[in-house]
Design a protein around this ligand. Structure first.
Ligand SMILES: Nc1ncnc2c1ncn2[C@@H]1O[C@H](COP(=O)(O)OP(=O)(O)O)[C@@H](O)[C@H]1O
Ligand SMILES: N[C@@H](CCC(=O)OP(=O)(O)O)C(=O)O
Length: 369
């Protein structure tokens, strides 16, 4: 078979490949990945690298008994990050660039657009973007938490054709092969449903990986709904990369949706987290899904959480049915205030002047889609 016709790919490299023994970085397994990147570029394919490994690489600098402390883990990430970037950079004779992101960056539409533009500028100038989560500044509320999901968000932002997740295992098995001798490898996944998630276990306990297969399936789900071919492959062996370049599947291939979501709907669904919820009357759902600007304070039963103007909110019914995710033009405080007004006229006059609570431009239909 001939080499694949990719315009742009995102390659995600797991910690075990970068820091196999947690004593800094090793180029042992990175050499064949770097070679693959060089060959992709020679074929005219643009490459974005998402690299884990900063925590594992920095681990040896800190005492064993302190490593579970969050502040120390962040220090490990900060120290390991420079070594990880330097190790990659040494393997290429073209320039690379470090991009450190958090979920707070990706879920903010303006910052997301800025990230996209930076990726495209780097690629246009033949610079290899190397992305990782900015572990030193994250909190539970601000982080993606694993680089599998991060790589899928980056692949969507970069409009990639393929996402290649390089792991320490051949792909997705029907059960965790580290626990079941009779596990068998899935070569192709046509669609991702609960039965696929049920196959996935977590990472090896005490190992360097985060999330195991579960986060890889989450990543695949995000990517395929954007029309991105997704592979989980064994990054330890050069054969995986030779097969990919020959147009063959060396691991598990997740097939992309034939009709991918529109870019802004995908971002709203898979990248932007809802910061709060608006609960609406049960009989209002149909008109809301047809025309989101129909939502006025008179249909709102409750407002949950704290959100600001521009944040993404989830609109749902009292029974829990999710209707739409949308950008709110009102803060939770203001929405609570007008929804609780006895005088309906005041609220409708206010909304007429201020504009719709959510607008049709930033809305994603959920279960009703
Ligand atoms: N169904 C499964 N198929 C394959 N691997 C699985 C499965 N369930 C759990 N795993 C575990 O997921 C691990 C890979 O994830 P992880 O350790 O997070 O690696 P990485 O650092 O590449 O992200 C495998 O080594 C394996 O232990
Ligand atoms: N940001 C972290 C990566 C965490 C992570 O997802 O690791 P992995 O499961 O090995 O891809 C680091 O650089 O160590």
């Amino acid at each position: 078979m001939s080499h694949p016709n990719w315009k742009r790919v995102v390659i995600k490299v797991g910690s075990a490949l970068i820091s196999p023994n947690q004593q800094g970085c090793s180029s042992h397994y990175l050499l064949s990945i770097a070679q693959f990147i060089v060959r992709c570029r020679a074929n005219g394919t643009q490459v974005v690298l998402v690299s884990s490994g900063s925590v594992a690489a920095g681990a040896h600098l800190f005492p064993e008994q302190e490593k579970s402390n969050i502040a120390v883990k962040k220090a490990m990430a900060a120290a390991g990050q420079t070594e990880m970037i330097a190790t990659w950079d040494r393997l290429f004779d073209f320039p690379s660039a470090q991009m450190l992101l958090t979920h707070a960056d990706l879920r903010d539409r303006e910052r997301y657009v800025s990230i996209r533009e930076t990726i495209f500028s780097l690629l246009d100038h033949n610079v290899l973007p190397i992305v990782n989560e900015n572990d030193t500044v994250t909190t539970d509320k601000l982080k993606v938490g694993d680089n599998d999901n991060l790589s899928a968000m980056v692949a969507a932002a970069a409009d990639a054709d393929a996402l290649i997740i390089c792991s320490d295992i051949d792909g997705l098995y029907d059960k965790n092969p580290h626990e079941h001798d009779d596990a068998s490898l899935l070569k192709t996944v046509e669609s991702i449903d609960a039965s696929i998630y049920a196959m996935a276990g977590g990472a090896v306990k005490g190992g360097v990986g985060t999330g195991g297969m579960r986060t890889k399936i989450e990543a695949a789900e995000k990517a395929v709904s954007h029309g991105i071919d997704t592979y989980i492959i064994n990054g330890f062996t050069e054969l995986s990369f030779n097969m990919l370049l020959a147009g063959e599947n060396p691991g598990t291939h997740f097939k992309p949706y034939e009709k991918p979501m529109k870019e802004n709907v995908h971002w709203m669904t898979h990248t932007s987290n809802a910061q709060g919820e608006v609960i609406v009357e049960g009989d209002f759902d149909e008109s809301l899904v047809r025309d989101s600007e129909q939502l006025t304070s008179s249909e709102i039963i409750d407002v949950k959480g704290e959100f600001s103007v521009g944040d993404t909110i989830l609109v749902r019914k009292e029974d829990g049915t999710k209707l739409v995710k949308a950008k709110s033009n009102y803060s939770s405080c203001l929405l609570n205030f007008i929804a609780n007004q006895e005088n309906d006229e005041f609220a409708s006059e206010f909304e007429e002047k201020t504009g719709p609570i959510i607008s049709d431009q930033h809305v994603a239909n959920l279960e009703k889609e």
